[in-house]
Design a protein around this ligand. Structure first.
Ligand SMILES: [Zn+2]
Length: 751
């Protein structure tokens, strides 16, 4: 959904792309804060207090609804038949209906059933206990005047666009309003597999709803029954109808192998604008289908339905539109994939609906209007960072609509999380992962959580993204960078330090893009620094001497107040390289400095998870030097497995700076089919060879400096090796089968 109250969204969404007014973006902070206040005020009265509950012993299969309405009167009389399947044995089922609506009867096979009501739920007593798996149905006969709730779940008004003030009635149930006007299971756990909607209304009007129009039947003088049929799974809040003097417009678009119906229901006075709007939706539908898979409801239709609400609502196959501007068209269409096909599994994850719809809209307009990409991205970034706090996840109050639909957090910060993931993973991996997510059979036409999305991003990239979601999804705020850089011939030394705007996150781990330039020769190079800790120092070869640097030139990251300082002298220690190699089963670290000022020693740190670190050794620094110095350190710690390493340089004056993190995988035992016993060894040890290796074996024993100390064949029977001549210490035993097919390395300690 996209309320128009979010004026800033309008500015970004369409003004920005039709007539770019750069002034708008200079005033973004001001506009957004004014708007937020309007927005909050407006919703303050709309804080929902109704807590909904249904029993969990059934699964809704199908709704058949018959609603009798007149758009001049705010009143509904209805009959809703709910088909359900028991998921546990029981003789009671509980549904939702607002207590201000009157239930006249509830029936099963035409037999009245007893029921009890409590708040916004009612419990139906079934004629007998039903076993799990049993299909049954109940029909609820009810009527009344729905209350003002949510965003106005059931409303009447008049066209503001015509002088005769034609009446209109519409529904808009998101998030909690379905049961304010019809009995259903009003939650985010259970989609009905299909629905049939019958609307009985004055014949001078037309009724729009989900799915395909089946019939418009005159049932009595002046009364028409309009039948809509929808055969895709649907959440209760996406079920809708609207009644007024609609004009129906028809278009078609080819998506995949399907000729998809595009059906518009607009006011007679708005025909021209909605005709043009349909063409815009068609362009966007092709764009999104290419990126995320075919339009999800292509066997039926997509449609715009005009209504009198400030904004739009992504009702499944029938987006309700308060206007027909392109930003709104694209946003509501995007929801058909993100929101309708895959629906957030709880409202705390509403960014899976709104962040994605905003993201899709942004990439659509960036594709269409690339020259304004950066203006737009900066506007979004400034809005997100207009406050120092705020998480994407909704944890405080799920019934606070102003927070749920907070534009800064659920819409724009949510969408920019996706930009950052694109930047971290690369477009190919990111879009593959998102396509896998939206088409995952376990999620498609069902519900998803942020963890489902995270799982797909991790599966496609092979990366653990827990840190990212901790920092950006549950964490609050953003980083501010201090970039100190010093050109040195054709290379540049950079020290990256960071503070954060909110104490929920002490450090944001990001690949930081810096664009170095030579303003005379116009040479430039984008350098991406894999920033894993504050104070990290990098040396990058540019191939030219830089005199200018630009931070994050394409605005991938959410940051603010970055300070870039060119340092004339060298950084205390300039690291030229730092690497880890796996050498005969041991991690060998080497690093090189090109300059040192007042350096004391290098502390070697190791980690198994790149989060908690321990010191495993120290190497003295030359101290003050203008020439290259090479340092090395061998990690002899037993059981090294996968190791992360970094070097912390200590100055004599107590300052420190650290290198980037490198990784070495020296999992000796895993690659070996031979073990040694005993280990540590005294005089003699035995080789245990796995059964797959039948060939004779030769062994070579090296000390840790790499010098071979012993070699020879191993007796095929006893496989005993006498090592009595070796000095105490750590050794590596390399072995190869005589046919050269198998080989490996085993480490042992001589006592
Ligand atoms: Zn939306």
């Amino acid at each position: 959904m996209k309320p128009y109250l979010l004026l800033f969204g309008m500015l970004l969404g369409h003004v920005a792309y039709s007539q770019i007014d750069k002034q708008i973006f200079n005033n973004v902070d001001k506009i957004s804060s004014i708007e937020r206040e309007v927005h909050r005020k407006k919703f303050r009265e709309r804080k929902e207090t109704t807590r909904l509950g249904t029993s969990e012993n059934f699964d809704v299969k199908y709704y058949r609804t018959r609603w009798e309405v007149d758009p001049t009167v705010k009143y509904i009389k209805g009959e809703v038949t709910i088909y359900f399947q028991m998921t546990a044995a029981g003789n009671k089922v509980t549904f939702n209906l607002r207590d201000s609506l009157i239930i006249s009867s509830i029936k099963n096979n035409n037999q009245p059933l007893s029921y009890s009501r409590e708040n916004s739920s009612f419990e139906v007593s079934l004629p007998m206990t039903l076993q799990a798996g049993t299909l049954d149905s109940v029909s609820i006969y009810y009527e009344g005047k729905p209350p003002l709730s949510n965003f106005g779940a059931f409303e009447i008004s008049n066209h503001i666009t015509d002088l005769s003030s034609t009446p209109i009635m519409w529904t808009l149930s998101e998030p909690y309003g379905s049961s304010d006007w019809w009995p259903c299971k009003n939650d985010l756990t259970d989609k009905a597999d299909s629905i049939d909607v019958y609307i009985v209304h004055p014949s001078i009007y037309k009724a729009a709803s989900n799915g395909l129009l089946q019939s418009e039947t005159l049932i009595q003088a002046g009364k028409t029954a309009t039948h809509w049929k929808h055969r895709y799974p649907i959440a209760s809040y996406l079920v809708c109808f609207a009644v007024t003097n609609y004009v129906q417009l028809t278009d078609h678009v080819t998506i995949g192998n399907s000729n998809v119906l595009m059906q518009t229901y607009c006011y007679p006075e708005s025909t021209g604008a909605f005709q043009a709007g349909a063409q815009k939706a068609i362009s966007a539908m092709i764009f999104f289908s290419n990126l995320f898979g075919d339009y999800p409801f292509k066997k039926e239709k997509y449609g715009h339905v005009q209504f009198e609400w400030g904004g739009g609502m992504e009702h499944q196959t029938a987006s309700f539109m308060g206007g027909i501007d392109e930003g709104l068209i694209v946003h509501e269409l995007a929801h058909q994939w993100f929101g309708d096909k895959v629906t957030c599994a709880n409202w705390s994850d509403i960014w899976l609906n709104e962040g994605f719809a905003t993201f899709l809209s942004r990439i659509y307009f960036e594709d269409k209007d690339p020259q304004n990409k950066l203006v737009y991205r900066n506007g979004v970034k400034n809005l997100i960072t207009s406050k120092p706090d705020g998480a994407v996840i909704v944890t405080d109050d799920m019934y606070d609509l102003a927070r749920l639909f907070d534009q800064r957090l659920s819409y724009y910060k949510g969408s920019h999380l996706l930009y950052m993931l694109r930047w971290i993973l690369g477009d190919a991996t990111f879009f593959t992962a998102v396509k896998n997510y939206i088409n995952d059979p376990a999620l498609a036409y069902g519900f998803a959580t942020t963890n489902h999305l995270k799982g797909h991003l991790e599966a496609a990239s092979g990366k653990d993204l827990t840190y990212f979601f901790d920092q950006w999804y549950t964490g609050q705020g953003y980083p501010s960078y201090k970039v100190e850089w010093s050109p040195s011939g054709n290379s540049v030394d950079v020290k990256l330090s960071q503070t954060t705007s909110h104490n929920s996150v002490s450090f944001f781990q990001l690949p930081v893009p810096l664009l170095f330039k030579n303003s005379v020769t116009a040479e430039q190079k984008l350098v991406v620094l894999d920033n894993t800790s504050s104070g990290q120092v990098f040396t990058e070869n540019l191939g030219f001497t830089a005199d200018v640097v630009e931070f994050d030139p394409e605005v991938w990251l959410i940051t603010k107040n970055n300070v870039l300082t060119k340092i004339s002298g060298p950084l205390p220690v300039v690291f030229v390289s730092f690497k880890a190699e796996c050498n005969d089963g041991l991690s060998r670290l080497t690093w090189e400095t090109s300059e040192e000022v007042n350096a004391h020693y290098f502390e070697v740190q190791k980690s198994s998870d790149a989060v908690s670190w321990k010191m495993i050794g120290a190497v003295n620094a030359v101290g003050d030097s203008k020439i290259r110095n090479v340092y090395a350190f061998v990690d002899t710690s037993v059981g090294s497995e996968k190791g992360y390493y970094r070097i912390l340089e200590h100055d004599r004056d107590g300052k420190t700076q650290q290198t980037r993190i490198v990784v070495a995988e020296c999992n000796v035992s895993a690659q070996s089919e031979v073990t040694l016993l005993p280990n540590p060894v005294g005089q003699c040890m035995q080789l245990n060879v796995s059964e797959q290796i039948t060939e004779p074996i030769s062994i070579y024993i090296y000390d840790i400096s790499g010098v071979m100390r012993q070699e020879g064949p191993v007796s095929s029977e006893q496989k005993l090796i006498n090592v009595s001549k070796l000095s105490p210490g750590l050794y590596l035993l390399k072995w190869t089968s005589d046919n050269q097919k198998d080989s490996g390395t085993v480490r042992f300690l001589k006592e």
